[in-house]
Design a protein around this ligand. Structure first.
Ligand code: ZN
Length: 84
């Protein structure tokens, strides 16, 4: 499994902005389900409070971490033939 490419999406709130993660394959829908507009913000800026004016979605943050972890985890088949 390959880690999905992520973009940072933004959602306008009555009082400011909220930033979310979305997969590049579905940039209009955040990982947490929010409707977002894609931005040019680099994903590695995510969570850095001084980088932007707005809030970072904590749910998207943990969902992305879980997706990356799942992508990095070895396949669940111990005892199988080595991959050489
Ligand atoms: Zn979110």
């Amino acid at each position: 499994m390959i880690a999905p490419e992520m973009i940072v999406g933004v959602k306008s709130l009555p009082q400011g902005f909220e930033f979310h993660f979305a997969a590049t394959t579905r940039p209009e829908s955040a990982l947490c389900g929010a409707e977002v507009t894609s931005t040019q913000i680099p994903p590695n800026f995510y969570g850095i409070d001084s980088a932007i004016e707005g809030r970072w979605c904590q749910r998207c943050d943990s969902l992305r971490r879980a997706a990356l972890k799942a992508a990095l985890a070895p396949p669940p088949s111990p005892g199988d033939a080595p991959c050489v």
